[in-house]
Design a protein around this ligand. Sequence first.
Ligand SMILES: [Zn+2]
Length: 303
Amino acid sequence: MKNNSLQHMSERIKQAVNKIENRQLAQDLWYILGERHFEGFLPHFVVNHFCAKYHLTDKEFALISLPISACYANTGVSHFNVGAIARGESGNFYFGANQEFCATNIQQTIHAEQSAISHAWIRGETKLTDITVNYTPCGHCRQFMNELNSAETLKIHLPHSQNNSLHQYLPDSFGPQNLDIDNRLFDKKENGLRFSTEDPVIQAALEAANRSHAPYSNSFSGIALQLQDKRIFQGSYAENAAFNPSLPALQTALNYLLLSGNEVENIERAVLIEHPMSLSYRAMAEDLLAYLVENVTLEYISL
Ligand SMILES: [Zn+2]
């Protein structure tokens, strides 16, 4: 994880792009990614441009782009790179990859599908239509996807098998409906937390907490990470009906930062805001942050 510099990332992407058969497409993609500072995000107009120019469906283009999304993986434990691409209703592509953190507990891990999905969510997408992934989704991710407001219509594509529904992977599922929860992940939220401040990092954490999905515990939480160049990355807690596949706010923020082509070493401030009804992620966040960055203490506000 600590060697994940932008230069290293661009080197990895260059190697992946070089393996694309269509050389012209590879060259175009390399140019676009470089121009966009290697963020793992392709807006709909870029996707449409590639599909029109190379006579591809967006599903085919996602399959071609998968090895690039896998370049964002940090696999200090498994050495097994998984890449995923979430396609939003907007037509945007959001890349994702597994993020593993050594020297802490395995529960801090982010799976590739969680990475792509939370990336799309934090960027403001309101519904997903497709998930493309280079290996068959594990049980944890099948359950994570069952929380989506598009769980019933989502299409899952793999290199060897396309157009599968989530329910093919998760028959007789347990999900929000079993707990009488209507508000799903990606549905609009306003959790009603209030805190008066002029501090932009605290304001960002508050906004993230107000957008968090925690219908089972009502323990809303959000985090804001500020880099040395003052850019702020938000993360919101994404709770799951089966509890353990839930993704904490620090994970969604770190994932957003990494998938945007940035480095965790540049984090200067971290603010966690929680409404800790029955749960708290404070200790877990402090533990991971202490491993990732030196001399940054988690600022904590309980509302
Ligand atoms: Zn998984």
